[in-house]
Design a protein around this ligand. Structure first.
Ligand SMILES: Cc1cc2nc3c(=O)[nH]c(=O)nc-3n(C[C@H](O)[C@H](O)[C@H](O)COP(=O)(O)O)c2cc1C
Ligand code: SF4
Length: 414
């Protein structure tokens, strides 16, 4: 894929081996010493938002911990779980530029005075885990002592920040259902910064080049670059680094152009939002612009579907996956998502009951805000946007008439 705006992915081409520490230093120099107050101010001035999904300002998160030294010595957790099935940006980053991620955790540890870093890595991403392990081994002993690799269990919810902390503490990757806030008591009851690996890599670049440089890239309100995973009918699916604000049409061009007739796009991951292709085509891929259009940047997944794909089927498969991924602790999440998955599967399979469509509409509203974590909210968001964007498909399936997608003829769902 053409990569016109490379910062995180600058260096040797993707597809090869991970960049060594020597090559990383030759290219970028050693991580500079930046005083703590200056580093946090730089993150705030850059305006960099977290890249794990929620888009929380990175500088604000670091400041919350920095300003409470009375709570104890902090712990840094790099979140490289990437349980989102269609997203690949974190694993690609770690597999190719592991030292940038390690620089990110080191600058976070120095800034916040942390004495321990947990590198929480999705165990199924073997190339990424291998590259990160090798990169840790290349570091000097003083740094190695800080860095601890934790192989995260497979599962969507295992990457949720309280589940991350829970797993590091007790090998149980279910979200914690009760406060306190992690910035106060997280890993080993200490103040804990859980930060996505891309966010940390961005911090490592900001430490080197400053916020003005960071903001030179970008075309909208949120500046800088971001990693995107593009999937669907394009010539080269995969991970691209874009200037935030790049229109979808341009991203598709970077990916070699279309190979099908697009009809809709899911932006932001399985917790994201569907949009019709006509609306999305000129849209700037940047958190603020997407928010204004009722969409979310999320984890940066852009999944296009073409006219051979049944929207009901796609939404039902996602719901099935998310229902199976519930940590089964909260009733509305455990039972609500299972019911939504059941009804949408029947619709997809042309086996709908009379009330299924109406029930799906009702239940998406009912589960929202009713879990201890955002899992049911994200699942409901995906489903309710699918109901709007694929309204004709849902209506046709509900009447057991026919599937409107050209390659799906009343096929059984499972
Ligand atoms: C169900 C669920 C799964 C999540 N999975 C991930 C993940 O795999 N990786 C990640 O970085 N953040 C994930 N998140 C977001 C984290 O809870 C958290 O917001 C993030 O790691 C913080 O880093 P950031 O501020 O740099 O984005 C998930 C959230 C939810 C609700
Ligand atoms: S909302 Fe779902 S995933 Fe989140 S804690 Fe409750 S049961 Fe677990």
């Amino acid at each position: 894929m053409t990569q016109p705006t490379e910062r995180l992915l600058a260096g040797p081409p993707l597809g090869g081996r991970a960049e060594s520490l020597h090559a990383h230093h030759l290219r970028l120099g050693a991580l500079p010493h930046v005083p703590a107050g200056q580093m946090i101010a730089a993150l705030e001035a850059a305006g960099v938002l977290g890249r794990g999904g929620a888009g929380f300002p990175v500088g604000r998160k670091w400041r919350a911990i920095f300003e409470r030294p009375d709570l104890g010595t902090p712990v840094i957790v790099a979140n490289g779980a990437e349980g989102e099935p269609e997203s690949a940006k974190d694993r690609v980053l770690m597999a190719h530029r592991p030292h940038l991620v390690i620089d990110g955790v080191l600058i976070a540890a120095r800034t916040l005075g942390a004495d321990r870093v947990e590198l929480y890595l999705g165990r199924e991403h073997t190339a990424a885990v291998g590259a990160m392990r090798a990169a840790v081994e290349e570091r000097p002993k003083t740094e190695r002592k800080l860095l601890h690799i934790v192989e995260a269990p497979i599962g969507y919810v295992a990457g949720e920040s309280t589940a991350v902390v829970h797993y590091v503490n007790s090998k149980d990757a279910r979200p914690m259902t009760t406060p306190p806030r992690m910035s106060e008591r997280g890993v080993r009851n200490r103040p804990t910064l859980v930060q996505n690996v891309e966010s940390l890599a961005q911090a490592a670049l900001i430490a080197r080049f400053g916020p003005d440089w960071f903001r030179e890239a970008g075309r909208g309100k949120n500046r800088g670059t971001g990693l995107i995973t593009i999937a669907g009918p394009v010539r080269h699916e995969g991970v691209a680094e874009i200037e935030l604000g790049t229109p979808l049409a341009e991203l598709v061009e970077m990916a070699g152009g279309l190979t099908g007739n697009p009809r809709a796009v899911l932006i932001g991951g399985y917790f994201g939002t569907w949009a019709p292709i006509e609306t999305a085509w000129g849209l700037a891929l940047e958190p603020e612009s997407l928010k204004a259009a009722g969409l979310t940047f999320g984890c940066g997944l852009v999944r296009i579907v073409d006219d051979r794909t049944c929207g009901v089927d796609y939404a039902a498969r996602i719901m099935d996956f998310l229902a199976a991924g519930s940590a089964m602790q909260c009733g509305p999440c455990k039972y609500g998502l299972a019911d939504l998955a059941g009804a949408s599967a029947r619709l997809a399979g042309m086996d709908a009951r009379a009330t299924d469509l109406h029930d799906i509409e009702r239940w998406t509203a009912l589960v929202t805000g009713r879990g201890a974590c955002r899992h049911p909210d994200g699942a409901a968001q995906q489903m309710s946007s699918a109901l709007a964007v694929f309204a004709d498909d849902f209506a046709s399936h509900a009447d057991r008439r026919r599937c409107l997608a050209s390659n799906v003829m009343t096929r059984a769902y499972r």
